[in-house]
Ligand binder design. Structure first.
Ligand code: SF4
Length: 369
């Protein structure tokens, strides 16, 4: 893990070509909403010094690491050898026992790393339910955080507790922000989280020294500002009132909207429909015919039954909006503007009613397309 960028370019069999390297950085920049030139800058910066990453595992299934390992652009070898320096990661290390504990202590001693935490942290009974090398998860996390330049909680477990915190939460599992109160923590919830969201966040920090803009739950807006329902490929079916009513029925086989099967897309903030997992188009729940379970939302996943319908908070668009044309001029507080505003508010209210009616009507046989 000590290769420099110039070594890798000189020995392309050990890594990416320069062109591929810039491409990966550009994709990571695009993932976090930065322009293409930021990719070039990231490539330059990473060539100079790869960001150091210390990755902790606590109560989890290692799904977020698995997702990272299965990304193909870059593949995991390029990721670790070329883009980031993983200075501690229990799953990826060949070493074990005393050797890996020494690597952790050495990394903490150096400091200045991006601390990535995967998994929930149990607090009940003094935190005895998760220990690594005889050290409690709470103590390891607090120690690692003292020397970290930035902290990222990857996955729903680390973000707020995830599945280990589901009722009755026997171990008192909670998330990184709850343990490190007062310290900025970027949360990337998801079960698993998309590795590009992590890569983009780490490379942005390493290059510009800044973290992405976050929402109230610490989630980067570039990935979590919109709900799945807004960018879902099945949305035209929702708007047209075409719903699958049962798995395997004709409407389901036709790829219709999954709302009636309990889809939580209308309340789930994530970019799954826009950023493919492991670069496989359609490789996400709705893409393969299962409703979204709301895995990025603390109040939804593991709280609301998978097949229970949620209310639509953002009404569907009406079939037609009032025309927008430059001739209409500036929408100020003129009587016309007030009238147009009234129409829009009325349309949104009406849309909610229409959405309810469409869902109610959806038991009728599907229209053959
Ligand atoms: S309800 Fe679910 S499947 Fe239907 S359009 Fe919205 S997000 Fe897509």
């Amino acid at each position: 893990m000590t290769d420099t960028r110039s070594d890798v370019i000189a020995r392309p069999e050990h890594g990416l070509t320069r062109r591929d390297f810039v491409k990966v950085c550009t994709a990571a920049a695009a993932a976090v909403g930065l322009p293409a030139w930021a990719g070039e800058k990231m490539a330059e910066e990473v060539a100079r010094a790869k960001p150091s990453v210390v990755w902790l595992h606590f109560q989890e299934c290692t799904g977020c690491t698995e997702s990272l390992l299965r990304s193909s652009h870059p593949d995991v070898a390029s990721l670790i050898l070329d883009l980031i320096s993983v200075d501690y990661h229990e799953t990826l290390f060949a070493a074990a026992g005393a050797q890996i504990e020494a690597a952790f202590d050495a990394a903490v001693e150096r400091g200045g790393y991006v601390l990535v935490v995967e998994g929930a942290i149990p607090e009940k009974d003094g935190g005895i339910y998760c220990q690594v090398g005889g050290r409690k998860a709470t103590d390891i996390l607090r120690l690692a955080a003292t020397k970290a330049a930035a902290v990222v909680a990857i996955g729903s477990c680390a973000s707020w507790g995830g599945v280990p915190s589901a009722a009755p939460n026997p171990t008192g599992a909670t998330g990184v922000p709850q343990i490190l109160k007062g310290k900025p923590v970027v949360t990337l919830p998801g079960c698993p989280a998309n590795p590009y969201n992590l890569l983009g966040t780490v490379l942005q920090f390493a290059t510009f020294g800044t973290l992405p803009k976050l929402d109230a739950q610490g989630r980067p807006l570039f990935a979590y500002a919109r709900v799945i329902h807004e960018d879902c490929p099945r949305r035209p079916h929702f708007d047209a009132g075409r719903f699958a009513a049962a798995y395997g029925d004709e409407n389901h086989r036709n790829g219709y909207c999954l709302y009636k099967l309990g889809c939580k897309g209308p309340q789930t903030h994530a970019n799954c429909s826009l950023l493919s997992f492991c670069e496989v188009p359609g490789a996400w729940p709705i893409g393969i015919g299962h409703p979204c379970i709301g895995c990025t939302e603390q109040g939804v996943v593991f709280n609301v039954p998978i097949h229970e319908n949620l209310p639509i908070q953002t009404p569907t668009a009406p079939m037609a909006y009032p025309a927008i044309h430059p001739d209409h001029g500036v929408v100020a507080s003129s009587p016309i503007a007030i009238g147009v505003g009234g129409v829009i508010v009325g349309a949104i209210a009406g849309a909610a009613v229409v959405a309810t009616k469409k869902v109610g009507d959806s038991d009728k046989p599907a229209r053959k397309e």
